[in-house]
Design a protein around this ligand. Structure first.
Ligand SMILES: Nc1ncnc2c1ncn2[C@@H]1O[C@H](COP(=O)(O)OP(=O)(O)O)[C@@H](O)[C@H]1O
Ligand SMILES: [Mg+2]
Length: 296
């Protein structure tokens, strides 16, 4: 019996724009992704009969409805195999939070199972399986902590940057589903705030956090409607403790701020209230792979 442990890091969007809806129902986006070292842990055991997927705690879809089940099933189909796998996902990444946890779980399982069980599905094919499973999944297949994504998220360009950023994350207690947030975007008129991917990208490459903050943009901030109170509260919590600029990640509700220096991040983090309603995390750019190393 084989048993493997792999990790699945969360992501932040340092910039996120939705350009419009396409005839196929997907949206064209422009985003900058960063992997962070808040990770789910996935135990893959070769045992039993058929494919079993569960999470602990069970705070998201289980079994066939879990995105990892869909990924493994699609991989088996491509490789024309049926493995007996028991997959347990230890969730540390908040669900429906704008942190891409499910997508990352799917990517890690695709990579790990293909390799460990020598299924021989070529990288290109593996990538297209990823693309068909979810918009954020291709990024997590990429072996790079930072990337620009366009198209529906599958046109990726690695950002060559061997540095780390630090962030404080606040996850308000409300979940926001990505689907719902896109529906809101389709209805509302887009914000007129001037913004460009280039500005954020240049700031990131220079590790100029002030410029990065100045260029922060996430179109979903203009589609928060009544959920705005929770986001504003999270932003105020950071601002009150010295982190003046913060941004929504993905379709929310997680809000984050950025530091170049670890000690600065720690100093603000220590001041954050620890109550039951709000989860607060201190994280770093994740440069490791699915086996869990975080170099640098
Ligand atoms: N492995 C998984 N981890 C987290 N959520 C999952 C997983 N599999 C399926 N889901 C479902 O995906 C949805 C969350 O996805 P989404 O709305 O895109 O949020 P986000 O990507 O911001 O975490 C929830 O309905 C959850 O039940
Ligand atoms: Mg998602």
């Amino acid at each position: 019996m084989r048993e493997i442990k792999v990790f699945a890091p969360a992501k932040l969007n340092l910039y996120l724009d939705v350009l419009g809806k396409r005839p196929d129902g997907f949206h064209n986006i422009e985003t900058i992704f960063e992997k962070i070292d808040l990770k789910d842990e996935i135990i893959i055991k070769e045992k039993g009969k058929g494919l079993k997927v569960k999470t602990t705690p069970s705070n998201c879809s289980q079994g066939r409805e879990n995105i990892v089940y869909k990924a493994a099933y699609a991989l088996f189909k491509e490789a024309r195999v049926k493995l007996n796998l028991d997959i347990e996902i230890k969730k540390r990444i908040p669900v429906s939070a704008g942190l891409g946890g499910g997508s990352s779980d799917a990517a890690s399982v695709l990579k790990a199972v293909n390799k460990i069980f020598k299924l021989g599905v070529p990288a290109k094919k593996l990538f297209s399986i990823a693309r068909d499973i979810g918009k954020d999944v291709p990024f997590f297949m990429l072996n790079s902590p930072f990337a620009v994504a366009k198209g529906a998220g599958e046109l990726l360009e690695k950002i060559n940057l061997n540095k780390s950023l630090f962030h404080i994350l606040i996850k308000p207690s409300i979940p926001l589903s990505t689907k719902l947030m896109y529906r809101r975007i389709d209805k509302c008129s887009f914000s007129t705030k001037p913004h460009s991917l280039k500005g954020t990208l240049n700031a990131l490459k220079k590790m100029d956090v002030k410029a990065l903050e100045k260029n922060y943009y996430n179109i979903f901030e203009s589609a928060l409607a009544r959920d705005n109170v929770h986001i504003n509260r999270a932003k105020a919590m950071l601002a009150d403790r010295g982190a003046e600029h913060s941004l929504l990640s993905g379709s929310g509700p997680t809000v984050f701020c950025t530091f170049k220096d670890k000690e600065d991040a720690k100093a603000v983090f220590r001041k954050m209230p620890k109550d039951r309603d709000t989860s607060v995390f201190l994280v770093k750019t994740y440069k490791g792979g699915i086996y869990g190393d975080n170099r640098g």
